[in-house]
Ligand binder design. Structure first.
Ligand SMILES: Nc1ncnc2c1ncn2[C@@H]1O[C@H](COP(=O)(O)OP(=O)(O)OP(=O)(O)O)[C@@H](O)[C@H]1O
Ligand SMILES: [Mg+2]
Length: 293
């Protein structure tokens, strides 16, 4: 693996995410495919890390294991969140419901309930925290509603609080998904291609909302991105996957075009160096290596 000027994270206690020796194999005899291969990853509290790599390299699978939505192979590795064990040796630790509630997920497909108002969608973030009967009846207190409204205001869409989620643009829905993680009081956000379906301006707003949450509230963020220019712009650290392994973990400004071509191979058009790069200030000041390409 290539690393670049990384602090020694080995043995760090109480970091936000710690993955050790994770293997994942899908399929049964004859058609088995190992999609995670001895993955080690440590993310400190308050970091914002880009996860990049070609389609099928294992990014979503890794995020799902960190969220406790997928379980690794038997006797293979471990995941800790906020210094507490989430899964080990192919088993989810008992009593991790609260721990998993600390993880907010943001997906490419906006995952809001279209028929509900934006405010109601954001209030769903409370489901892990309020008594089940109250949540299932949608009975939220005035203070909880104010908190949800405040979260919508922080991502700049409070004026749409009463509008049905399905009537809003992709970027607005994605910012509501981020507001929901605020109400959930997530310590870690795992965002799986949150801007893949958005135009450059909406993508910038969504990434700005994530970056602000990271900077102002210290929320740890791992964001899976196909658009490498956004990874360079927003994340000081990048982790690159190739065929189930982490092949780069270091400063994102040390990702070179040549290395990216290597990991994306014939799929290098997937780099999606979007027109958004120009409005982001271009690549020049961000990653000197790009200038030399
Ligand atoms: N539930 C599953 N059953 C079988 N194979 C799976 C399953 N989930 C993922 N895979 C396989 O694991 C590999 C990694 O998939 P994953 O979705 O993690 O890739 P990715 O890096 O997120 O790709 P993309 O950039 O296209 O989202 C792929 O070959 C995929 O087909
Ligand atoms: Mg994926």
């Amino acid at each position: 693996m290539r690393t670049a000027e990384q602090p020694d994270r080995s043995g760090t206690r109480g970091c936000a995410v710690r993955v050790r020796g994770l293997n994942k194999t899908y399929g049964s005899l004859g058609a088995r495919r190992q999609v995670l291969k001895s993955v080690d990853l440590t993310v400190e509290r308050g970091e914002m890390v880009a996860l990049i790599g070609a389609s099928g390299s294992g990014k979503s699978t890794l995020l799902r294991h960190i969220a406790g939505l997928a379980i690794a192979d038997r006797e293979s590795g471990a995941v800790e969140l906020m210094g507490r064990p989430l899964q080990a040796d192919g088993r989810l630790m008992p009593g991790t419901r609260k721990l998993r509630a600390e993880v907010g997920m943001v997906f490419q497909q906006f995952n809001l309930v279209g028929q509900l108002s934006l405010l109601a969608n954001v209030l769903l973030g409370l489901l892990g925290r309020v008594p089940a009967w109250r949540g299932s009846l949608g009975l939220f207190t005035r203070q909880e509603k104010l908190k949800a409204l405040e979260a919508l205001a922080r991502v700049g869409i409070a004026e749409y609080a009463a509008q049905r989620a399905s009537t809003l643009s992709g970027g607005q829905q994605q910012r509501a998904a981020i507001a929901r993680t605020m109400v959930q009081r997530a310590s870690v956000i795992l965002a799986d291609e949150p801007i893949a379906s958005l135009d450059p301006e909406s993508a910038r707003r969504v990434m700005d909302s994530l970056a602000r949450l990271n900077r102002q509230s210290g929320v740890t963020i791992i964001v899976c991105l196909h658009q490498v220019d956004y990874a360079l712009r927003y994340c000081a650290r990048a982790v690159a996957m190739f065929d189930g392994r982490i092949v780069f973990d270091g400063r994102s400004d040390q990702l070179t075009p040549a290395f990216l071509r290597e990991i994306y191979g014939s799929d290098s058009e997937e780099l999606c160096i979007s027109s958004g790069a120009a409005s982001l200030g271009g690549l020049d000041g961000l990653a000197p290596a790009w200038g030399a390409a």
